[in-house]
Design a protein around this ligand. Structure first.
Ligand code: ADP
Length: 356
């Protein structure tokens, strides 16, 4: 619990909100400023202009690489600012879950759960305990008996994923990808073979407030993925000629609302996931999280991943989402919701309940 020890040395009157300059930093910083916090952005050289131009950062710290945030002199600067670090996808991708566990700064959220990210086994245990259905996994490719999606771990970001309906097809595609140097034997070892779920994507974002002890449903997005989202524009006969494979590289997000009859289930999912989180890594979830799902034509919700921090999909709701509007009125982004929680925690002397 490094963060809650460090925060004892902080001047709570002068807390600042810090984040890496990437992912969802704009809304995090903007939300913090709206609540009256000082803001600090830690940028990679060349990216600082974004935060200057949008006037969201009171201080910009420029690094050669994001990983340099681990350096003692940078941590010292952040401690001088009484900075609370807001984690997001780029912190996980570029600093890494092992370093996040050791980061000598108070982190908004539960750093143990954050370290689950990318570990499909731990995620599966958690989500199934919470009663969620997940796609069937095939440990042995020889058992493939239906359409499957083969996923590679880490920074591949949906590139190189492929579909297969049988072991022969799987083998043929793997051999081809290996021969072309698109994947390595190591990638293959850490890959996952999952039943392909027919349906549409919905990414549900929630916020668990330890201060109110309540799970708030924040909003829904879907991703815009190249090239899969446009393959349908190519007639099937031409697809055959080009031998095209789908890829799932995220380039943006769309806002969504769910039909209202899905809401009871969506709320229940959030509640269950929070309840189980308290059992697996006390104090459990803190703040934003997102459950990535597929909805089938029988209205089944099948989950395939969880993110234990703000997701970039909430960037579509800088001015608030249809659901945050119901709870808070206008202009409450996820970034601002985080700042609201920190402000209340400071006022009620409960800051240790929201950082680790
Ligand atoms: P991430 O990029 O967050 O790790 P995934 O790799 O799990 O996400 O998924 C990337 C894309 O593949 C998403 O569009 C998702 O909808 C799709 N996808 C993932 N798993 C399945 C599945 N089991 N069935 C159908 N589509 C899937």
């Amino acid at each position: 619990m490094i963060g809650s020890e460090i925060i004892e040395e902080y001047d709570l009157e002068n807390i600042s909100i810090a984040t890496l300059g990437s992912h969802s930093a704009l809304q995090i910083l903007k939300g913090a400023k709206e609540l009256g916090f000082r803001t600090v952005v830690i940028c990679k050289k060349g990216r600082e202009e974004v935060y200057r131009r949008f006037r969201v950062a009171d201080r910009i710290i420029v690094l050669d690489e994001f990983i340099d945030v681990m350096k003692p002199e940078i941590l010292e600067k952040l401690k001088e600012e009484n900075a609370i670090m807001i984690p997001h996808g780029s912190l996980i991708a570029y600093v890494g879950v092992e370093n996040i566990k050791k980061l000598e700064l108070p982190i908004f959220g539960n750093r143990i759960l954050i370290s689950y990210e990318g570990d499909r086994k731990l995620e599966r245990e958690w989500l199934t305990k919470a009663g969620l259905r997940m796609p069937k996994e095939f440990k042995d490719p020889k058992e493939i008996d239906r359409l499957v999606i083969v996923k590679f771990a880490g920074a591949k970001g949906g590139r190189g994923y492929f579909l297969a309906s049988s072991y022969d097809e799987y083998k043929k595609k793997v051999d081809e990808l290996l021969a072309r140097g698109k994947i390595t034997e190591e990638d293959l070892k850490t890959s996952t073979i999952q039943e392909y779920v027919f349906g549409v994507n919905m990414y549900f974002s929630y916020f668990y407030s330890p201060i109110n002890d309540e799970v708030e449903f924040f909003g829904i997005d879907r991703r815009y993925e190249t090239n899969v989202d446009n393959i349908g524009r190519i007639p099937a006969r031409d697809q055959l000629n080009t031998n095209i494979e789908p890829s799932y590289v995220v380039v943006g997000n769309f806002p969504l609302v769910a039909r209202e009859s899905l809401l009871p289930k969506i709320l229940e999912i959030g509640d269950n996931v929070v309840e189980i989180s308290k059992k697996i890594a006390y104090p459990g979830l803190i703040g934003p999280f997102c459950i990535e799902t597929m909805i089938t034509d029988r209205l089944e919700i099948i989950a395939f991943e969880i993110s234990v921090r703000i997701v970039a999909g909430t960037n579509v709701f800088t001015q608030g989402s249809p659901y945050s509007y119901l709870l808070y009125g206008d202009n409450v982004s996820m970034g601002k919701r985080i700042a609201m929680e920190i402000k209340r925690a400071v006022e009620e002397n409960r800051i240790k309940d929201i950082v680790t």
